[in-house]
Write a protein that binds this ligand. Structure first.
Ligand SMILES: [Zn+2]
Length: 464
């Protein structure tokens, strides 16, 4: 039995205003404060297409290698629900903005069927037995990306959605904040036996990577068990209930939606000139997959480092800026992954690449030991001050002057005769203890290599 999965992915476009009116397209502001007659569906109000939204959709289509159609059109998708004041959603149907294309997933390519523009519905808030409607989200621009049913496992579905998110964030098309519902996904799944296609079920509104993978794993197991027992899979639409970890049927085949699409009479066809297309293409940055390929060839970093550092464009740009100033890719990568990304977890990368590179250079040149380097980095990050300024303030520079350090070493040996005797008697670990004392006395500033050499010199030969 082979698993066959296809995804329908919705991503909110990063525009200032909504798709067909001038209302702000943000989630801030009190409920129903971003509304006007157009997005409230008042009679006689006419939609005007947001050019920026089209441009962002074209960007996405280019990044996914789709064919962009010079002419596409809008259609009304009719259904009756409180979140839809017009009684229909403006979407694209038989003439989408783009079709075909693919997404790279390691060695695999997952085909795309189409990419189109549509408006979001309002948000229903259920509380205390009542349902409230917030129209701030009504009319916010979305792209819908429909994949071919070429995904082969729940795990792969998750990776695909992660790749979509990475790319859309890279090219500035969407923030894809899943907690805010800016990236959502419906998934369909069936099990094929030999050349006999299985019956599909569809799982709606998956709004986290985990929910997507878990819901598909649940449904895969359920269908397999049915088929192994000689029973049929019923065509159904399911809702994922995260709390119970079960997919619950919401509609059967008989109740399948019939949207009665028809052309949107209030909007002219969407025409995209080749000049505009070229202009958008020129503005497209290097895509994550291209960047990964280039980094493999250019920097010789382990695959894990490449994956972590190219996940976000800002981080990847930072890495490259730092490597230009301090051309040791692995060292930059280590410091970024262990120190900088830890500090930046909740915010942006506040430290300038030039300051970061300078700290690494100070460590490389032996002027700072590693732990002092880490301390300085953290201080720079927290205070926003440059390394030079802080070094003067904090007196962090490594003691690598033999004269200065020998005095400390002599003092430590004099104060710890027992440890010195232990070492001479063959107890190697006594040396670590003494080294620790030297570091303590110098507040961690001693050059550890030099301190060790001086200790050995002061101790003389041990019994081993
Ligand atoms: Zn509006």
């Amino acid at each position: 039995m082979e698993t066959v999965i296809g995804l329908e992915i919705h991503a909110q476009l990063k525009t200032e205003t909504k798709l067909f009116c001038g209302c702000r397209a943000d989630s801030a502001g009190p409920p129903n404060s971003r509304t006007c007659p157009v997005c409230l569906g008042m009679p006689g109000a006419l939609p005007v297409l947001n050019k920026r939204a089209v441009e962002l959709a074209i960007r996405a289509a280019l990044a996914f290698h789709c064919e962009i159609h010079p002419r596409s059109s809008f259609a009304r998708k009719n259904y009756f629900y409180p979140d839809l004041p017009k009684g229909y959603q403006i979407s694209q149907y038989d003439e989408p903005l783009a079709s075909g294309g693919w997404l790279e997933l390691g060695e695999r390519r997952i085909g795309l069927r189409r990419l189109h523009l549509e408006e979001d519905a309002a948000k229903l808030v259920h509380q205390g037995g009542r349902s409230l409607i917030d129209f701030n989200r009504a009319g916010v621009p979305l792209i819908e990306i429909v994949t071919e049913p070429e995904v082969r496992s729940p795990r792969e579905a998750r990776e695909l959605l992660q790749a979509v998110r990475r790319t859309l964030r890279y090219i500035g098309v969407s923030n894809c904040d899943m907690e805010k519902g800016e990236l959502r996904c419906d998934a369909n799944i069936s099990l094929r036996c030999g050349d006999r296609a299985g019956t599909r079920t569809e799982i709606k509104n998956l709004n986290s990577f985990r929910a997507l993978e878990e819901a598909l794993a649940f449904e895969e197991a359920r269908q397999r068990a049915l088929l192994l027992a000689g029973r049929e899979v019923e065509q159904q639409t399911l809702d994922w209930d995260e709390a119970s970890g079960r997919a619950v049927p919401i509609r059967g085949k008989e109740e399948a939606e019939d949207y009665r699409y028809f052309p949107e009479p209030d909007l002219p066809p969407l025409l995209i000139s080749s000049d505009w297309l070229e202009e958008v293409k020129r503005g497209l940055p290097e895509l994550p997959e291209e960047r990964r390929r280039r980094w493999r060839a250019e920097y010789g970093l382990p695959e894990y480092d490449i994956e972590v550092l190219t996940e976000e464009r800002e981080i990847a740009d930072y890495f490259e800026a730092a490597v230009r100033l301090f051309p040791h890719p692995k060292e930059v990568s280590n410091w970024m992954m262990t120190e900088l990304l830890r500090l930046a977890k909740e915010g942006e990368l506040r430290l300038k690449p030039a300051d970061f590179a300078q700290i690494l250079r100070l460590v490389e040149e032996g002027k700072l030991n590693r732990s002092a380097g880490k301390e300085l980095l953290e201080e720079c990050y927290r205070t926003g001050k440059g390394p030079e300024e802080l070094l003067q303030e904090r007196d962090l520079l490594q003691i690598s002057d033999a004269g200065e350090l020998s005095a400390v070493v002599s003092a430590v040996l004099a104060e710890n005769p027992q440890a010195a005797a232990d070492y001479k008697g063959g107890k190697e670990q006594a040396l670590s203890f003494l080294l620790g004392q030297v570091m303590r006395k110098t507040k961690g500033k001693a050059d550890p290599k030099l301190a060790r050499a001086l200790l050995l010199e002061g101790l003389g030969p041990n019994r081993t």
